[in-house]
Write a protein that binds this ligand. Sequence first.
Ligand code: SAH
Length: 365
Amino acid sequence: MAGVSQLHASTLDPSIGIKPDIRDLALDELESIVREAGERAFRARQIMGWLWNRGAESFEAMLDLPTAFREELNHRFRIGSIASAHVARSSDGTRKLLLRLGDGEDIESVIIPTEGRTTLCISSQAGCAMGCGFCATARMGLHRNLAAGEILGQLMAARRELDPGEILTNYVFMGMGEPLANYPRLHRALTIMTADWGLGISPRRITVSTVGLVPSMDRLLADFPVNLAVSLHATTDEVRNRIAPINLRYPLRVLLDACEALPIARRRRITFEYVMLAGVNDSIDDARRLAKMLAPLRAKVNLIFFNPFPESPFAPSSRERVDGFQAILHRGNLTATIRESRGRDIAAACGQLYAERNRPAAAPR
Ligand code: SAH
């Protein structure tokens, strides 16, 4: 069946080609391939070193492999790489990359420098099916899942855009898409990201942000000791149903019970993201309810200034509102930080750059 669907994909879009991307493979898979080809297993680690450590973009570059074997690899695989279609640089140093995938889909990644760290914001899907009312990506709907090689390709592309001496220190899955709705490929990407034969990144430096797909939250944390961020955004089901419709499937109580039950909740604190929408979820009562709801979790709250986009039905809460909200959370003994809006001048909020560059010319209604 896999062969059939591959063939189908390539018929639809010749640019994909039928050769699989070697950057999608985990070490054990590559080892079997290497052995089948009559080579010794250690060659797999050598190839991984070329791919992830040295960023090789061709098999010819892998000089310590036998020539015939390099040719065979080239015959069977491609080395996926993503070109930057557009890079926007904000006056605050934030760089937003619009990346073009093999089939013409565009995705976004953002490099965000803050004191002492440089964070890469990674996309997990082209578009998103979650339908959150305040999110520009939601307007696109889901185009498709990203392959592991495409998730990691963003990291390789971002490295090319770094300033001299600058290195990526943290990774957040807060770009386009719902990472837990693409779990098998996220799992593969995290395996390669954290493995010693891969990118060797500590899972503590990785944060996966989810709108709250409860069953996959458990799986994720059982599989990787990464940080978890949950997009909460409301303190009543009535409001959350409206702005984050996944709440109809996993209502607040179910979501919070699941968070409390996560084994990690006792050791490491979950971050709850809360986009402040004027007159929607930013009242004093909301702040009090939030403090009470999260008290058993010893959670961290990240208050986010809403980044408006054309035709968005919401407005950001005022600075005073956000500060007041934070003060109430502090009084309730919660750690609450305010995420300053970064890269405003380059439309750096989720899905905005995509929307700007793909806006249809006055579509008839
Ligand atoms: N689907 C995942 C990850 C992608 S969204 C999730 O829901 O968590 C990453 C974060 O950006 C989420 O907290 C989301 O609520 C927030 N976000 C989306 N659109 C925004 C906007 N216009 N302004 C501010 N934050 C936004």
